[in-house]
Design a protein around this ligand. Sequence first.
Ligand code: ATP
Length: 512
Amino acid sequence: MSNQELFKKVLSHAKEYGFVFPSSEIYDGLSAVYDYGQQGVALKKNLRDYWWKAMVQLNDNIVGLDAAILMHPTTWKASGHVDAFNDPLIDNKDSKKRYRADVLVEDYVGKLDTKIEKEVKKAAKRFGDAFDKEQFISTNPRVVGYKEKGDAILKRLGKSLEKEDLADVKALIEELEIVCPVSGSKNWTEVKQFNLMFGTKLGASAESATELYLRPETAQGIFVNFLNVQKTGRMKLPFGIAQTGKAFRNEIVARQFIFRMREFEQMEMQFFISPGTQKEWYAYWKETRLKWHHSLGLGTDNYRFHDHEKLAHYADAACDIEFRFPFGFKELEGIHSRTDFDLSSHEEYSGKKLQYFDPERQENYVPYVLETSIGLDRLFLAVFSNSLQEETLEDGSSRTVLRLPAVVAPTKVAVLPLVKKDGLPDIAKSFVEELKWDMTVAYDEKDAVGRRYRRQDALGTPFCITVDHQTLEDQTVTLRHRDSMEQERLTLAQAKAQINEAVSFQNWLRAL
Ligand code: ATP
């Protein structure tokens, strides 16, 4: 499958099997807003739990929080979002389509990366076992040329954005001869800034209502509660506060399915540290977060770091963990060294001290902050698209299988009576009753068993238990494995133990 075909398949599969639906679809949907169906909500919850357990349960110095979506409007002045939460936009005069200027340039560089990958693949084929990828990348003139060109473009883009030199961003788009993907023309407007926050009103009458914003990130709920948590939890630095929840951005270029949405969910952790230790903690969290991603088993080659050239107004170092989505490497998670920007700014705007008394240093100070911030929907897309595979079997037939990591699969096991008679459904149902206290179980008796297996494969269910006539005699069942399609004869207790082992958080996270 080409990447484009895969992405199309991801969209249709997500809908057909109840993972993701367009929002308010009966009214033709709402652009870049999606609903999670019966399967999707379970996968999303399991991914959220996987993050939460690794972050909060396994770290005795990280606690949780659930702050409100609506916050005092001054929050967003202090955070810089009122003044600085802007995207540079450019319109194509022919197609009338609007784009993020920085994304157009980054996509151009992405194409250079694809060219590099193609060269590497070709060379790997040519040289066989003797191929040294590192050496090839650093010496092959064509690859070096692409790399240097890409780096120079990103550097210039970073500088122009930092200086808010929008004319130069436009000049760059013109020099690179970037065309509108829809009209194919280079007929661009000037680049303009656009604020991404959704406004709303609090209060009954139009005159007395207060202007509010729907939060564009969950982080600020953590900062304004810093002292509440620190004091009531008797927390000592370094410690972290973790939160998951909805965030809203009026994204102009809302594309690529659930990759860029207007309403999405973030999983953020703000780690409070003493000033001067930020470099160590930045390195620590980069490594820890990458390991966490790797623990999901989607392939270590599919992740890479991207260090930011252009730093946000609050950061002294920042990088993204990028994932190989079907449309190329893109940001999945951000790791930011936020200094004392947020807490100091909230001190200034609120007039309240947000300081920590360090018993060892015997002094008060505003802590520094290290942030890890991941989009749950993007994580969903990463896991879902990576897991969706079309396989040709030995007998020449094909199957669609969603190889979800078993730990996050919506349903862990499906119990299937081989036939709908001879008392098999009753036994199968009694097994469901027994198993459902420990794991998510589905029951299915419709169609031939082969078709039911295929359906569970497509839903990502890692195991099926089949009840047949032998079960009547000796209480054994068949345990079928989704990935290998192997089947084994076991007692129900043995099958249950095997499934529990395969889906245990501990076993998946032990790699950390
Ligand atoms: P991008 O450059 O892709 O717009 P960002 O740098 O603005 O992302 P952050 O503000 O660092 O993103 O947000 C942290 C995380 O939240 C991102 O890594 C991403 O996973 C997620 N995220 C941000 N915007 C969206 C969105 N519109 N839809 C879905 N997830 C998002």
